[in-house]
Design a protein around this ligand. Structure first.
Ligand code: SF4
Length: 345
């Protein structure tokens, strides 16, 4: 037996200069009765320790499927990963045995899901559910695991944690339930945390508090954080860089400041213009025209062409490559210069 799964695991803390997480040319497809859905088409991005990457896009853009591929939680079949790599500290997760993958999932790469109410079990107390992480993965007894659960509830700022540790999920507000989910996800000190629409079901004030909490936890532990969202407005203050996805591809990536100052893709520009602004009270809110593409019947050429105000004839026939604008910045638009000029002018 040459293969021992633990030998294959990525080294704790890394061995060399490799990025914490590096996804390269990832493709994910689903076999459905209606045909093959190409949900992720050649996605590449990387993440360093202590860095926050926001992955932005409408539903169906491939952002959550990419995250599920990183976690190894796609149902295969119907999902298939025909090509690409997902390197965690230099080791391709896609080549690991399921046993080794289990050692990484939840422990070294963890995920917070958007719907805390359905992710938590209604019949167990929150303390029991948080404590389970320590009982199962660290072999702790019930008392120590309960103590750890209280510590974690304190850490995610749940008031009166000691008194509330034996409450059930339905006794908490939506924001507090999301904090409990975050507590569970950071219980084992993951090196990467993926938060998939962590604030979608919450009101604006609570959204800001949850974002602040994630940023704070990240600073404390130097985790790499991937924030998946459809809302460019919620990530402005916390992200270092942004990858914008459309139709299963990254159409723009850049440091956060560059994107907000001057987007280089018409889709990003549309997303930015559709954020409500206090100084534009009373004005009609901009909305990108049309619908997201049908992944079973993608538009020819540039997938965004049916909705694009910058479209030219060649956009309908020639798929744009990801043009390099500068070292850290790319745009999949033939006319990125015009888009940039339009923004600056
Ligand atoms: Fe619009 Fe053409 Fe750029 Fe696509 S390539 S985003 S259609 S201008």
């Amino acid at each position: 037996m040459g293969k021992t799964a633990p030998d294959l695991l990525p080294a704790e803390g890394g061995l060399g200069n490799e990025p914490l997480l590096e996804i390269d040319d990832l493709h994910v497809e689903f076999n459905t009765r209606a045909g093959v859905v190409r949900a992720v088409n050649g996605v590449s991005y990387s993440l360093e320790a202590g860095e926050t990457l926001a992955v932005l896009g409408e539903s169906g853009s491939g952002k959550s499927v990419t995250a599920q591929a990183i976690m190894g939680i796609l149902d295969m079949p119907p999902a298939r990963i025909p090509s690409g790599t997902i390197k965690f500290r230099g080791t391709d997760l896609l080549r690991l045995s399921e046993e080794a993958r289990t050692q990484v999932r939840g422990q070294r790469i963890a995920m917070v899901f958007q719907d805390a109410l359905s992710a938590l079990n209604p019949v167990f107390t929150v303390g029991w559910q948080i404590g389970e992480m320590f009982r199962v993965h660290r072999g702790m007894n019930r008392r120590d695991a309960q103590k750890k659960a209280i510590e974690l509830m304190d850490r995610v700022r749940i008031p009166a944690a000691k008194q509330r540790v034996n409450d059930y999920p339905h006794q908490f507000s939506g924001g507090m339930r999301q904090r409990i989910m975050i507590a569970m996800s950071i219980a084992l000190d993951p090196e990467v945390l993926i938060a998939d629409e962590p604030t979608t079901a919450l009101d604006v004030t609570v959204q800001a508090q949850i974002m602040e909490l994630l940023a704070e936890l990240q600073r404390e532990s130097n985790m790499g954080l991937i924030l998946i969202t459809h809302d460019l407005g919620v990530v402005a203050d916390v992200a270092d860089k942004i990858a914008v996805m459309y139709g299963g591809r990254i159409v723009e990536n850049a440091p956060v400041f560059d994107i907000y100052r001057a987007p280089a893709h018409p889709y990003t520009k549309g997303l930015l213009e559709s954020i409500p602004r206090v100084d534009q009270k009373g004005q009609e809110l901009y909305a990108i025209k049309g619908m997201p593409p049908n992944l079973l019947d993608m538009p020819s050429g540039c997938a965004f062409h049916p909705r694009c105000p910058y479209r030219q004839d060649n956009c309908v026939t020639d798929p744009p490559p990801l043009y390099m604008i500068s070292g850290e910045r790319n745009s999949a638009c033939h006319y990125w210069r015009e888009v940039l000029d339009g923004t600056d002018g």
